[in-house]
Write a protein that binds this ligand. Sequence first.
Ligand SMILES: [Zn+2]
Ligand SMILES: [Zn+2]
Length: 180
Amino acid sequence: MLDFGVFLENKPIFYTLIFLGISLGAMWLLSVYWVYQDIFNRTKNVILQIVAIVVVIVFPFAGLLMYVLLRPAQTMEERRLQLLDEKIMRRQMGDLSLCPHCRKSVAEDFLFCPFCRKKIKDTCPGCEHIVNRQYEVCPYCGYDLQMAKVSKKPAPEKESAPAAETAPKEPTPKSKNTKR
Ligand SMILES: [Zn+2]
Ligand SMILES: [Zn+2]
């Protein structure tokens, strides 16, 4: 009843099909062009560039989808800016690790200032990581550093009894191998 001749004679349908074909073709060409532009912004690797373009040409729209999913996440410009950010941040961190006493720059992991001899960092009593003296808690194990500091302050008073030493009967609390 309904043969193909009718379709071809039915001019509106015929033109619609041609129009669709041309649109799809144009979209395909556009997608190839877009990928061509995009991949050059994202990598300098010639093999990746060729693979991306070939895939989009050979698999018209699935290839585009694959490309969008698998392409390098950042453009080279974005990567350049990110590196710049990291460099700036590192420099700021460098500024932060100044000796609080003499303001000379010291490395992040110094315990003592090599210029003025003052102690600038502590080690965490909980995990022995180097920690900033101003920290409230150890960033590695959560040890309460302010508490540790407070409990350290009364230490200069004579009555601190370590009790770990094997000297239960000696009544001299001050003696620390100093007497001869
Ligand atoms: Zn110093
Ligand atoms: Zn710790």
